[in-house]
Design a protein around this ligand. Structure first.
Ligand code: NAD
Ligand code: UFG
Length: 339
């Protein structure tokens, strides 16, 4: 069964492509290489023994997409492609709406034209905004979002729900990821941020490898267990498996929304401690003021995914730290330009 994976060379898309192959599906990857490298394909091959078909194409461009749909009998689309840096989205909102919202609408139009009505969409816990109490439950109202990236996810969710209402043959699955971290246990695939990472785990990894002198901890006066921010970290391997489980919902028309998270929170200091243990050295850090737009704490209620998709996160924080460190050590400068 052929599954079109947009953004399939990216962090979560590449891990999901491996899981798809392992589960007997045939991923076809579409990516414009904006935030990824072609050498990911060889790594997928090294892990699975199969190199997925790859199209360098932009989801905003129908003339890129149509021939792919014309040539292949695509059963479903898993849609990862997009921009994801929260801070950047505040500075360049139109770029975020163009790629994330317009790009998705373009993709949906082409899917409609070729009668492909099954989509799994990468959304984010950010859609719950800053007013809901944790754990976040899928039925909570969304909104009160503090940045254009989050609004772009909110808008796409709305587009998908409206489309499904108008055309009931559509099967829409919206997966709301919490904080994806970790890497493939082989050390062959992982997160490869360009420039200075904004997110916690990749930044700590770069401190451990000596690229930065210390970690800035943004706030130690939050009303949390140790004063630092609390998040629901979920291993990218678990997340990838979640997509394979979500394929079960295919051909069940409707809109299905699931949180993918561990169901509990860890503080920044707990992450630092787990990583220090994994890499065998204390990660130096300095306490800094809070980062604008951050929420003190949030985590998921992931029981709906467990009940309906038979999905549950298995990896612990220690595994996430170990796997991130293995990837960082084996690939100190990320993926090569060509392999
Ligand atoms: P990523 O940047 O590693 O992967 C996204 C991929 O999409 C990249 O390979 C990029 O080159 C590609 N892409 C970007 N614009 C494109 C375009 N116009 N046409 C075709 N390809 C394009 O990001 P990721 O961490 O793997 O995230 C995947 C999805 O999950 C994104 O939609 C992101 O918003 C969402 N998400 C990520 C996180 C996270 O923390 N990583 C959390 C919640 C949701
Ligand atoms: N943090 C630091 N120092 C750093 C980086 C982060 O102390 O250098 C802290 C943050 O203040 C926060 C925690 O570490 O308390 C996690 O921060 P991340 O930047 O790793 O993750 P966020 O929770 O801010 O955001 C992530 C994704 C968003 C997504 C959101 C909810 O980046 O795309 O999770 O899913 F919307």
């Amino acid at each position: 069964m052929k599954i079109l994976v947009t953004g399939g060379l990216g962090y979560i898309g590449s891990h999901t492509s491996v899981k798809l192959i392992e589960a007997g599906y045939t991923p076809i990857i579409v990516d414009n290489l904006y935030n990824s490298k072609k050498s990911v394909l060889k790594r997928i091959n090294e892990i699975t023994g199969q190199q997925p078909l790859f199209y360098e194409a932009d989801i905003r461009n129908k003339t890129d997409l149509k021939p792919i749909f014309a040539q292949h009998d695509i059963e479903a689309v898993i849609h990862f492609a997009g921009l994801k840096a929260v801070g950047e989205s505040v500075k360049k909102p139109l770029a975020y709406y163009e790629v994330n919202v317009y790009g998705t609408i373009t993709l949906l139009d082409v899917m409609s034209e070729y009668q492909v009505n099954n989509i799994i969409f990468s959304s984010s816990a950010t859609v719950y905004g800053d007013k809901n109490p944790s754990p976040f439950i899928e039925s909570y109202p969304t909104g009160n979002i503090t940045n254009p990236y989050g609004w772009s996810k909110f808008m796409v969710e709305q587009c998908l729900m409206d489309l499904q209402k108008a055309e009931p043959e559509w099967s829409v699955t919206i997966l709301r990821y919490f904080n994806p971290v970790g890497a493939h246990p082989s050390g062959l695939m992982g997160e490869d941020p360009q420039g200075v990472p904004n997110n916690l785990m990749p930044y700590i990894s770069q401190v451990a490898i000596g690229k930065h002198g210390f970690l800035s901890i943004y706030g130690n006066d939050y009303p949390t267990k140790d004063g630092t921010g609390v998040r629901d970290y979920v291993h990218v391997e678990d997340l990838a498996t979640g997509h394979v489980c979500a394929l079960q919902k295919l051909n069940q028309s409707g809109t299905h929304i699931y949180n993918l998270g561990n169901g509990s929170g860890n503080s920044v200091l707990e992450v630092v401690s787990a990583f220090s243990k994994a890499c065998g050295q204390q990660i130096p850090y300095k306490m800094m003021p809070r980062r604008a737009g951050d929420i003190a704490a949030f985590w998921s209620d992931a029981s709906k995914a467990q009940k309906e998709l038979n999905w549950q996160a298995h990896y612990q924080l220690e595994d996430m730290a170990k796997d991130s460190w293995r990837w960082q050590q084996k690939n100190p400068t990320g993926y090569p330009d060509e392999e």
